[in-house]
Design a protein around this ligand. Structure first.
Ligand code: CO
Length: 286
């Protein structure tokens, strides 16, 4: 990837494939336009950006997110009381992680999938609970010319139905547990997105198929689609496309769903973990 230079922030790339940690900026303060533009450039270059030692009130968290666009109110996942645009991702000690576990792209079952999420860490286990990211532009670029040509003609059908009717999802509906869901018509709907998308800002192409929400290839049966989807989902998360974000109290991570897949890990059952997520609305993909 080409390496932009930055004047107002320090940027350290995380792996050869992707990801960066940014220092020298206080996200709770007024960012200058130049700082914000550099943060945005870093996001669209590295796919995920992390910040350490931040202190964000709910209002400051939302204010930072709003610089990227309008904020999403999730149609299924209930929000924090008084803050319809903030999801509290709370895992009490002694319970397994059951939200965002496994590789996926957030909300690819929307007509206009989320641009990205900004997550703030409040209570972090002493070990475990990292988030993995995988660069879907590299995933596309490393396919053969023949496969690229085939995929560029294909459209995929995405749906929340499987993910939001699984046994661990069903117990969240109308519950008073730490993360709760409400019923929504969107669960039964399906939407179409190209299998290869073009980033709306950088124009770089990326693979856009994920095992949580991609149901089948348009015009193909599910049985015909599965071998191709399984191949693409395995390829999409090759080790050399990835980076891993280790959370700390006060860490903030933001990722671009048009560039990356991510996966939460269920490896800290004995510990509490509390993160707050604000998600920015995206546009239609092409
Ligand atoms: Co997610």
């Amino acid at each position: 990837m080409s390496q932009p230079s930055f004047k107002t922030i320090s940027v350290r790339q995380l792996t050869g494939a992707m990801g960066a940690e940014i220092s020298g900026v206080d996200l709770s303060g007024e960012l200058t336009d130049e700082q914000f533009e550099e943060i945005r450039t870093a996001l669209f270059t590295y796919g995920v950006i992390g910040f350490r030692d931040q202190t964000l009130t709910f209002d400051a968290h939302q204010a930072f997110a709003k610089r990227f666009g309008t904020l999403e109110v999730h149609p299924i996942v209930n929000s924090l009381d008084g803050y319809p645009e903030i999801i509290k991702m709370h895992k009490p000690a002694g319970t397994p992680a059951s939200f965002g576990v496994g590789w996926h792209t957030d909300n690819s079952f929307f007509e206009k999938p989320s641009l990205g999420s900004i997550v703030y860490g409040e209570v972090i286990p002493p070990v475990g609970g990292d988030t993995l990211f995988s660069n879907q532009q590299l995933a596309y670029e490393t396919l053969s010319a023949g496969m690229k040509e085939t995929l560029e003609r294909l459209t995929a059908i995405h749906s929340a139905n499987d993910a939001y009717t699984s046994p661990t999802a069903l117990e969240k509906y109308d519950s008073d547990g730490p993360i709760s869901y409400k019923h929504s018509d969107i669960i039964a709907q399906s939407v179409e997105h190209p299998v290869v998308i073009r980033h709306p800002v950088t124009s770089r192409k990326a693979l856009y198929v994920n095992s949580m929400f991609t149901d089948r290839i348009k015009g193909w049966t599910r049985e015909e689609s599965l071998p191709l989807i399984e191949f693409l989902c395995k390829h999409a998360v090759r080790e050399d496309f990835q980076c891993r974000f280790r959370w700390e109290k006060g860490s903030v991570a933001m990722w671009d769903n048009r560039m990356v897949q991510h996966a939460g890990l269920n490896d800290c059952e004995q510990y509490e973990r509390t993160l707050y997520r604000v998600t920015v609305n995206g546009g239609a993909l092409s």
